[in-house]
Ligand binder design. Structure first.
Ligand SMILES: [Zn+2]
Ligand SMILES: [Zn+2]
Length: 332
């Protein structure tokens, strides 16, 4: 599969990603110990640069962030008093709960933050081999509620396609996402949601499920893995739905999918009326809708369980009323 952003090999077969993840970020026997630079002191008190390992060529996270800080200083975008933390958030290409700080190979880190220029972002990509993409962040990406305009961050340079590995007692999935268009969901933060799914599974309830605000499909696809017979995924945000279709393809064999169809195409950015953009057959019948959850059940058959994974702090009363036709609503 070609990457829809950069055309390169950013999307690897899921089985391969899972098999190699343990080695992807580990140090080699020759790697120097973790430098543990102070994240609270100004640039003037930090070393100029940190070397990569001579044997495996990998860099520590500190080494990459320090290079980025020095480069931003060179462009006049950071002062000598600003810290490593001021650079932004480092997002590893394949997110995985690590017990140690990752050692980074080429094109394995996406940086998301503020006060970057396009020129500086392009220079980061050219001069710092570990950097894969630079995102200018404006806040939480995606549709926060259906009444408001969706927020998108800006990919200034490189590619923003990355993946998160979700783990549960049913197994693991790899969920790809265009990070400039999706909110950042760290593995440790999505774990409580997985625990809710596991509880439902143990009660024998994950058979016929709607993932009403599915984003890139994390919860819905996990239900497929848990042995559901029918899963409906829905999102109003086109970037979410596009990522779901990508994830069906990437996780195809893991999810027991025999065939994927694309019955309708949606042209809107934020959909209102539900459009059936994908359907997959196999061990589970999967439907993917691009639409407002408030109107989903004008087209989709109600399910036994309707999952509503909302942004923290949003009021779900209206959504709950719209999903009343399902046997049970679970706010995740
Ligand atoms: Zn790419
Ligand atoms: Zn090494």
């Amino acid at each position: 599969m070609k990457c829809p952003v950069c055309g390169k090999g950013c999307i690897q077969p899921v089985e391969e990603v899972l098999a190699k993840i343990e080695q992807k970020y580990s140090a080699c026997p020759a790697c120097a110990p973790e430098p543990n630079l102070d994240k609270t002191v100004g640039a003037k008190l930090l070393p100029e640069r940190l070397e990569r390992c001579r044997s495996c060529g990998r860099a520590t996270l500190d080494a990459v962030m320090l290079d980025a800080l020095r480069l931003l200083q060179g462009f006049g975008l950071r002062s000598i008093d600003e810290t490593l933390r001021s650079v932004g958030s480092p997002l590893i290409e394949v997110g995985y709960p690590l017990a140690y700080s990752p050692r980074l190979g080429p094109r394995s880190l996406i940086i998301s933050g503020g006060r970057y220029s396009k020129k500086a972002a392009e220079a980061m990509l050219e001069q710092i081999p570990e950097i894969k993409g630079v995102i200018l962040s404006r806040g939480v990406a995606g549709v926060v509620d259906s009444g408001r305009k969706p927020q998108e961050n800006v990919l200034l340079a490189g590619c923003d396609l990355r993946a998160d590995i979700s783990q549960s007692l049913f197994g693991e999935t790899v969920i790809y996402k265009n990070q400039s268009r999706m909110h950042i969901d760290f593995s440790r933060l999505s774990a409580p949601k997985m625990r809710i799914l596991e509880q439902l599974y143990l009660q024998g309830k994950l058979r016929d499920v709607v993932d009403g605000l599915c984003g890139p499909g994390t919860l819905g696809l996990m239900c497929v893995l848990a042995g559901a017979r029918r899963v409906v995924l829905n999102d109003a945000w086109h970037a979410g739905v596009q990522n779901v279709l990508l994830n069906l393809e990437a996780n195809r064999s893991l999810l027991g999918i025999d065939e994927i169809e694309y019955p309708e195409t949606s042209t809107s950015f934020v959909a209102k009326e539900p459009v059936l953009v994908g359907r997959a057959h196999g061990s589970c019948e999967i439907e993917v809708y691009h639409g407002d959850l408030l109107r989903l059940f004008s087209r989709a058959r109600p399910a036994d369980i309707c999952l509503i994974d909302h942004f923290p702090g949003t009021n779900t009363a209206k959504l709950e009323r719209a999903c009343r036709c399902c046997k049970e609503i679970v706010i995740v």
